[in-house]
Design a binder for this molecule. Structure first.
Ligand code: SF4
Length: 70
């Protein structure tokens, strides 16, 4: 399972990720990204990786998460 995450120590809030991934990232009133908390499906990962590579601050990540039973 993969999810988008932001490294807040790097993000400079220019909002490119919101333009590239409008279904999963929207921008707050200061232009910083808000990530929709959901799994990025296998079919969506190529597009998500393109956005990760385009982030000028190397702040956007596509990370693997471990599914836990509750
Ligand atoms: S593109 Fe990168 S630096 Fe710009 S708002 Fe998105 S995560 Fe932050």
């Amino acid at each position: 399972m993969k999810k988008l995450e932001i490294d807040w120590t790097r993000c400079d809030g220019h909002g490119l990720c919101g333009t590239l991934l409008p279904d999963d990232v929207w921008l707050d009133e200061w232009g910083f990204p808000v990530i929709r908390d959901r799994e990025i499906t296998r079919g969506e990962q190529a597009n998500a990786r393109r956005a990760v590579l385009a982030c000028p601050a190397l702040a956007l990540r596509l990370t693997r998460t471990v599914k836990r039973d509750s």
